[in-house]
Design a protein around this ligand. Sequence first.
Ligand SMILES: *Cc1c(COP(=O)(O)O)cnc(C)c1O
Length: 461
Amino acid sequence: MTETRRRSWAEPYKIKMVEPIRMTTRAEREQAIAEAGYNTFLLKSEDVYIDLLTDSGTSAMSDRQWAGMMLGDESYAGSRNFYHLEAAVREIYGYKHLVPTHQGRGAEHILSQITTKPGDVVPGNMYFTTTRLHQELAGGAFVDVIIDEAHDPASEHPFKGNVDLDKLQRVIDENGPEKIPYVCIATAVNMAGGQPISLANLKAVRALCDAHGVRIIHDATRVAENAYFIKEREPGYGDKSIAEIVREICDLTDGCTMSAKKDALVNIGGFLALNDEELFDAARNTVVVYEGLHTYGGMAGRDMEAVAIGLHESVEYEHIKARVGQVLYLGTKLQEFGVPIIVPIGGHGVFLDAKAFLPQLDQDVYPAQALTAEIYLEGGVRTMERGNVSSGRDPKTGENRRPKLEMVRVTIPRRVYTQAHMDVTAETIAEVYDRRASIKGLRMVYEPKVLRFFQAMFEPL
Ligand SMILES: *Cc1c(COP(=O)(O)O)cnc(C)c1O
């Protein structure tokens, strides 16, 4: 009798502290989104019911991390928490040298300043907003070398984060390896929908880079989620631990930039980690200009302690399985409602395919942006645009980049919401889907010059 009964699994934690949230009225939401210029980044969090804007810095810390916060050594130099963090980075990622920064973009800034000159090109498996901007501000140009499948929302390729080796070879041949400060390899590629790169592909990238003497810098922001997908999908890795897979990924690269606000389960923090002595020396000299002394880099001692503990928790199998499992639960629910989403379902959120959701809208009236506003109006659920607004303008032509992927990211904070919140979210989006034919686009009425998606303002057409 028990043979056919479903065996559910549950979150590997129980809740010790709660933060009340409040549902608003439709009238309140109409006013709030209009005042926010139809940009969910400009909403007050008080006006949000379920906040799925981002998984960045929004995680719930564990009791151990909070206990670690009380052990902050707030000495200006040589804080004991720095050495704990250094030890955690060496143990889990295996990189030799640590340069702490206030968050991921601080690491990207320093890396770009010390490696990239005008005329350089940085190949990468899809752009990330802040990463590309720092490459460009240093005079470099980003070149996308991800496989074509990554730009196709319907492709079921299990490793949509893979590098197209022919594209990478072409960039090296056309520019010469001396113009390539590094190849940027992201794990669980955010802008592709949280899609993993395989170890087989990364090994091939390493061989190609070695043949030309080019460095690989790893955007390790979501490496544990990538490792989970490798364990699930890549032949030969089913019996390896998440920690072993994370280590194998890192060992194939020369250093990393890290936003600890994601995988590492903290509210603020990040770092640059490097194996090369000379590069490390340059990074240490540069961090003091922009972030702080090289043993805190913009973080308090207590923050570094929480990152050190969070890094260990991030590679626990039960944790990562529940984290990715919750994303899968929401994505599957949305599919059952017929809502078009990017497949396979990614590691940190479900990405709605706004082109398929709103086929009546041209990309220059910002369908994904319009959809984020509609989802908020419907049920107070906050999501984020990842399409034409986020992609920005081509620096040469000044035109909108009109990326192939026009998406709404429904991003799940780690250890924060329950399955019931996922049900409400899926039902809210399904309601919007039912009235999709009546949804109109937006006109941008205020446009910042860089990273415009954060602060741009819109009006309904
Ligand atoms: C968030 C993120 C960054 C930037 O990190 P911040 O901590 O937000 O500055 C870089 N790369 C990826 C893939 C990210 O998701």
